[in-house]
Design a protein around this ligand. Structure first.
Ligand code: ZN
Length: 283
């Protein structure tokens, strides 16, 4: 049973992830998101490869969009130490890019290595974040741990609940004395967890509730990566989770992040219209 929608939010309270309209090049996506009335944008790294970042930043600003996040850094957990160092270098590049693009945050998919235990992977993730704090602070960029659904615990992320993410974020923040690390709530990854409401409250109290991502869980799900649903067509109580994050003090833009081979086949202007309606009616 889903919660009733609290109130319909204007599109200016939503940000689009560039991957949601993957067929569009970045310049087109920026123009279209602004034209339809979205308030912000989260930019995936592949979209600006080979681009002049100053030009991208200027286009985003002139379009009137608020930059939310760079997507994505992470993949820290490796049994191999050389690979861990490479991951840190790659994440420093992410931090630099976010700064150049005037994006206040980097979203992290923290990684997992099936050669080692999930607990060991989480230790490596925490150590890696500790070493990145000075870089993040110098750049004025916040790092957001995005816990992923446990179906991705083999290789994508050993952080699978908001509780684990909050624990790591607060351990790193307390050790450094700087609030550089936050938690990202993505409904797709966390909707099933009965500890979610309590952990959302805790993230709010600690001041680390950094971002809120929406899409839906299709029933049945045909592909565990590329078949995310549009808000309202699946089983997630999105209005209920939105109410929880708002009550915990979250007042940032709500990010629409949908990977879908089905929807990428549509005319992307029609797809964007469908998204806009779902944002108003089903979030
Ligand atoms: Zn997400």
């Amino acid at each position: 049973m889903k919660s009733p929608q609290r109130n319909s939010l204007p599109l200016s309270k939503f940000a689009m992830h560039t991957i949601t309209t993957k067929p569009w090049p970045l310049e087109r996506a920026i123009d279209e998101f602004a034209r339809v009335g979205f308030g912000g944008i989260s930019i995936w790294r592949d979209t600006f490869e080979g681009r002049d970042l100053t030009k991208v930043r200027t286009q985003v600003r002139q379009a009137g969009l608020k930059g939310v996040s760079l997507v994505r850094g992470g993949f820290f957990a490796h049994a191999d130490k050389a690979k861990r160092r490479e991951a840190l270098d790659e994440n420093r590049r992410c931090i630099d890019e976010a700064q150049s693009l005037d994006l206040p945050a980097v979203v992290l998919v923290c990684g997992a290595d099936p050669e080692i235990s999930l607990a060991e992977s989480r230790e490596i993730i925490q150590e890696s974040l500790e070493s990145l704090v000075p870089d993040a602070q110098a750049a004025g960029v916040r790092l957001g741990i995005e816990p992923l659904h446990p179906m991705y615990a083999d290789t994508r992320s050993a952080v699978n609940t908001l509780g684990q993410s909050n624990d790591i974020a607060m351990a790193v923040n307390k050790a450094s004395g700087i609030m550089s690390i936050g938690s990202v709530v993505d409904v797709y990854h966390l909707w099933w967890d009965d500890a979610l409401p309590a952990e959302i409250d805790r993230a709010g109290e600690e001041g680390i509730l950094q971002a809120f991502h929406v899409c839906d869980w299709r029933v049945p799900t045909r592909d565990f990566l590329w078949d995310r649903g549009l808000m309202g067509e699946g089983c997630i109580d999105i209005p209920g989770i939105r109410a929880q994050v708002e009550d915990a003090g979250f007042d940032g833009l709500i990010e629409v992040e949908i990977f879908s081979h089905e929807y990428w086949k549509l005319d992307q202007n029609l797809w964007l219209e469908k998204i806009a309606r779902a944002c108003r009616e089903n979030v």
